[in-house]
Design a protein around this ligand. Structure first.
Ligand code: AP5
Length: 281
């Protein structure tokens, strides 16, 4: 099996995120512990966010985390964090993965799955989870389903964000990320208060390597080729919640939250009806 993180111990380079949970167990790997663990939720939210690169999944994941308490688990963030480690602390599989990312291509399923499997305790987190950027292929979705079935975990919903491609390109081209706390900005839509500087921690803002026009094109093609088919996969399982990603982040968040709550209410009502029918038999 490919080991992604079982090399040298990671330095504590991950600064607290824009949320109170630093997600260390996800970002740094299983040898690290999160600074705080969320309060156990009575019925934890276990969500997957789907949508093309740049549609706003990361932005919404942070907002959902604040409301639902579930942890934001982004495979892209975990890969990028590995990229900041000293070269000698990167496994060959990780070095290869970073090359795929730079070009905008998908990292091979075996590498992605090895990384997620190593971090499977995060899927069991008592506060729930919000998966962002995973799964991205049918093979990844099948592996996740098998693992969750084996652990007795159910998905609450899969949120599918959609936006016309020309607007996605504008969002990606203007994105800036804080080098320290990873907070995300947009140069015109969500600009920081001070130019080039993070509002939260004062860190320097940078443009992601894969946000260059040539990589954006490759990423959007990879999405169409490999990830779009997941929409049908989850629709058939009755898990899909469709949310148009136009408008402000707040509007999109409210739409998402309203639909998720409505779905949960419908699920509870359905379970009550099934239980009543069972009693009548
Ligand atoms: P990853 O990090 O997952 O990137 P992505 O899916 O390409 O998504 P992004 O982070 O680019 O966009 P987003 O939808 O989160 O948008 P954001 O909120 O930032 O993956 C990167 C790479 O890692 C992949 O290409 C691949 O190589 C590899 N990888 C990762 N997981 C993998 C897997 N499972 N399998 C294989 N390979 C994998 O928003 C974008 C911008 O828009 C920001 O500037 C934001 O401020 C702005 N914005 C957000 N919402 C709004 C709004 N409503 N109005 C205006 N602007 C907005």
């Amino acid at each position: 099996m490919i080991s992604i993180t079982a090399l040298a111990p990671c330095p504590p380079y991950i600064q607290p995120m824009t949320t109170e949970n630093n997600r260390a167990a996800w970002i740094e790997g299983p040898s690290a512990q999160c600074e705080t663990t969320p309060e156990p939720a009575l019925v934890p939210w276990r969500l997957i966010l789907l949508g093309a690169p740049g549609v706003g999944k990361g932005t919404q994941a942070e907002m959902l985390h604040r409301r639902l308490r579930a942890c934001h688990l982004s495979t892209g963030d975990a890969f990028r964090a590995s990229g900041t480690r000293a070269d000698c602390n990167q496994s060959p599989a990780m070095k290869e993965a970073l090359g795929y990312m730079r070009r905008g291509e998908l990292v091979p399923d075996s590498t992605v799955w090895a990384m997620v499997r190593e971090r499977r305790s995060c899927l069991n987190c008592s506060g729930g989870f919000i998966l962002d950027g995973f799964p991205r292929t049918l093979a990844q979705a099948e592996s996740l389903r098998e693992l969750m079935d084996a652990e007795g975990l159910g998905l609450s919903a899969v949120v599918n964000y959609s936006l016309p491609f020309n607007e996605i390109v504008t969002r990606l081209g203007g994105r800036r990320t804080c080098e320290k706390c990873k907070a995300v900005y947009h140069i015109t839509e969500r600009p920081p208060k001070g130019e080039g500087q993070c509002d939260h921690c004062g860190g320097e803002l940078f443009q992601r390597e894969d946000d260059r026009p040539e990589s954006i094109k490759v990423r959007l093609e990879a999405y169409e080729r490999s990830t779009a088919s997941l929409i049908e996969f989850y629709r058939k399982q009755g898990l899909l919640v469709n949310v148009p990603a136009k408008g402000t982040p707040d509007d999109i968040f409210e739409d998402t939250f309203t639909q998720l709550e409505a779905k949960r209410v419908r699920e509870v009502a359905r379970k009550v009806l099934v239980a009543q029918a069972d009693r009548c038999e």
